[in-house]
Design a protein. Structure first.
Length: 347
């Protein structure tokens, strides 16, 4: 190919000339490549790479009356809780020609509200939010601005937003039922901070529902609320173990807290699960690289991310109010949970 251009910055015309096709064909290759044959697509993309062409984003946005950007606001980037789902979300957006903008709130509702306004003012076509609990003024703002918004990592029939997620309460209830079925009645909980976090609140309520159903007063189960950090899980575990009546099982609001608890158990000379069983929630990669591997609730992160992207794009492009999808979690029974009857006599 001969690279000749009259422009300092290559244009769509330059790419078309270099590839020997029309500008319409180049546009189809860049925006709806499945409508173009592989041979033509390869020729056009070779010209794009050779010339260093970058599509005119502003012109495309004006023509489509969209910016082809989606905003996602997550509570934290400090651990892997949201990483797998967000990666799948980004991959699917990219396939559809959208760019993802991500921000983090550090679990601060006032910061989330500020970031929502910022992303909307920057022209985000749609927003992905985590969970439901936020001030009514935020929902009224989104409704007034007519910004398609989808929730994830939670599911409720009476949600103020369409959502792609799972039932946190039912998922934790199922895990607690399993812990109780293994003979553990002295249970303690290391929970995330429930204020402003509907996922943490629902998981804690799932444990309490299970205890009630088995005739156990939920108030017998001590609860420590703390932020999602390994060291905080460790500190909470140590405090629980200093009580006169030690629990035989510690249920944690997520895998990060559970790994911290397991780490502190080893430091205190306790064996998991012979001296105490520990469970988590999420089934992030951390759950399988600790020893013993962590019993937890598997969340279908990647499926959730893909479906959330598909639904949000449909809301943007079809001006749809959105439809909710409930995904199923499942238990992962691993070495950190042991039946009480199997413990040593002095355990």
């Amino acid at each position: 190919m001969n690279v000749t251009t009259d422009h300092a910055t290559p244009t769509l015309d330059d790419v078309a000339r270099e590839a020997g096709v029309s500008t319409a064909t180049v546009s189809r290759c860049l925006n709806t490549s499945d409508l173009v044959s592989k041979k033509t697509r390869d020729k056009v993309m070779s010209a794009v790479e050779l010339l260093g062409y970058t599509p005119n984003f502003g012109a495309r946005a004006m023509a489509a009356k969209r910016t082809f950007t989606i905003g996602a606001i997550i509570p934290t980037m400090e651990n892997a809780i949201f990483a797998r789902g967000l990666q799948a979300f980004q991959e699917r957006l990219h396939e559809k020609g959208y760019t993802l903008l991500v921000s983090s709130t550090a679990y601060r509702p006032e910061l989330e509200a500020e970031q929502i306004r910022s992303l909307v003012s920057r022209g985000a076509d749609g927003l992905l939010l985590i969970g439901y609990e936020r001030d009514d003024a935020v929902y009224k703002y989104l409704e007034r601005r007519r910004v398609p918004t989808l929730a994830a990592w939670a599911f409720s029939d009476d949600s103020p937003l369409p959502s792609v997620g799972f039932d946190n309460q039912a998922s934790m209830l199922e895990l607690c039922n399993t812990v109780l079925a293994m003979g553990h009645t002295e249970i303690a909980v290391i929970s995330g901070i429930v204020e402003g976090n509907d996922r943490a609140a629902k998981r804690l309520e799932g444990i309490r529902d299970s205890l009630r159903a088995h005739g156990i007063d939920p108030d017998r189960a001590p609860v420590i609320e703390t932020s999602y950090e390994i060291e905080n899980g460790a500190k909470a575990f140590e405090k629980l173990m200093q009580a006169p009546a030690r629990p035989t099982a510690v249920m944690c609001g997520n895998d990060v807290l559970a790994v911290g608890a397991m780490q502190r158990a080893r430091e205190m000379g306790m064996d998991v699960p012979d001296d105490v069983s520990i469970t988590g929630f999420d089934d992030i990669e951390l759950a399988t690289i600790v020893t013993p591997q962590l019993t937890t609730v598997h969340v279908p992160h990647r499926q959730m991310g893909r479906l959330a992207a598909d639904e949000l794009i449909r809301m943007v492009e079809k001006d749809s109010i959105g439809e909710s999808s409930q995904l199923q979690s499942s238990l992962r029974l691993r070495g950190s949970l042991k039946a009480l009857d199997d413990l040593p006599a002095n355990g």
